[in-house]
Design a protein around this ligand. Structure first.
Ligand code: HPA
Ligand code: ZN
Length: 335
């Protein structure tokens, strides 16, 4: 159990969040408010019934409810309100910079224009004191052809997002399915990331690196099953965006005491802590720090290292990155 001082340090330290699905920040109260505003019928009678359905057995059981929740998003203002709520919550956790995933196919498939999605999310980022950039994710359960069409539809707004990611159902949808569309995104100059090694095997981490040319791996926690891969990730300093509460809720690990965050750090990896889908997994970023530091033998030096990793792994210009790293070091010099 951590002490009050460590908790206060974790709360107050400057940090970046690099793995947050904006649709996963949609709280049940906002889902119902938007359902009413847009006259969308939900399969649940109220907030409590919806929250009670958040008992997941694996990734797919979560995704089914997550896509249902997103069905209330129709107007630009809906995307704005969702994003503004997340950014306010992130600011309260002393998140100084965030790189936000969004899933356009979840919305365009329902007839929502790409521009509505991107403009609403982007405008909220512009209005926030938190530094924020956007990463467009392809849904890997859909075809590569659909991903190409999504990229095409988003290119008129290319100045509003900095990167491309890959999410949704991992097993059975390996990275190689998206090799050609990622090659095109690389040519276009986007930063590249992909979910790999959450439920999928370590081989998916390897193919994400070699075939998709990703710069960071989202989750990646199953890398420790392969010693050669672990050594490579350490040697190349490939960051992993680890999501501890998500991993417990989706049963990647049984209990937080069994989470491998400390082992990843001890292996020399650039691990970071993130919230994934905070409205569904029981906590925003600081709750993820509190839960891991409560369950594992992590201390002040790990806190500083995780805060530094979050900025080192960010897609920020060198000067801005260094300024954040200096802020972290100044904060820890004073505790
Ligand atoms: N994994 C895959 N897809 C997702 C996730 C996740 O953790 N969250 C939202 N979409
Ligand atoms: Zn995720």
């Amino acid at each position: 159990m951590m002490n009050d001082q460590l908790r206060a340090v974790l709360q107050g330290m400057p940090k970046a969040e690099l793995h947050i699905h904006i649709e996963g920040s949609l709280e049940p109260e906002l889902i119902f408010a938007l359902a009413e505003r847009n006259r969308v019928k939900l399969a649940y009678p109220g907030v409590e019934a919806l929250r009670a359905a958040y008992a997941f057995s694996d990734l797919q059981s979560f995704l089914d409810i997550y896509y249902a929740g997103a069905s209330v998003l129709l107007q630009e203002q809906d995307f704005y309100d969702m994003t503004a709520a997340y950014l306010a919550r992130a600011a309260a956790d002393n998140v100084r910079h965030t790189e936000i995933f969004f899933d356009p196919q979840t919305h365009t498939a329902r007839g929502v224009p790409m521009q509505t999605v991107i403009d609403g999310i982007y405008r909220a980022c512009q209005d926030s004191p938190v530094s924020a950039s956007l990463i467009l994710c392809f849904l890997r359960h859909l075809s590569e052809e659909d991903a190409f069409a999504t990229l095409e539809a988003a290119l008129p707004f290319r100045d509003k997002f900095i990167g491309i990611g890959l999410d949704s159902s991992e097993v059975g949808h390996p990275p190689e399915k998206f090799a050609r569309v990622f090659a095109r995104c690389k040519e276009l100059g986007f930063h590249l990331v992909a979910h790999a090694g959450e439920e999928g095997p370590p081989a998916y981490i390897e193919t994400a690196l070699d075939l998709l040319k990703v710069e960071r791996v989202d989750h990646g926690v199953r890398c420790l099953e392969d010693a050669a891969l672990t050594a490579r990730l350490a040697r190349e300093q490939i960051a992993l965006t680890v999501c501890p509460l998500s991993n417990i809720k989706l049963r990647v690990f049984d209990k937080m005491e069994q989470h491998n965050l400390l082992s990843l750090l001890d292996a020399g990896l650039v691990a970071t802590v993130n919230s994934d889908d905070p409205a569904y997994f029981g906590g925003y970023l600081n709750e993820n720090f509190f839960a891991t530091f409560d369950a594992l033998p992590l201390g002040l030096s790990h806190a500083q290292r995780l805060a530094r990793n979050s900025f080192s792994a960010a897609f920020l210009p060198a000067g801005q990155k260094q300024a954040f790293l200096d802020e972290v070091d100044a904060y820890f010099a004073a505790v």
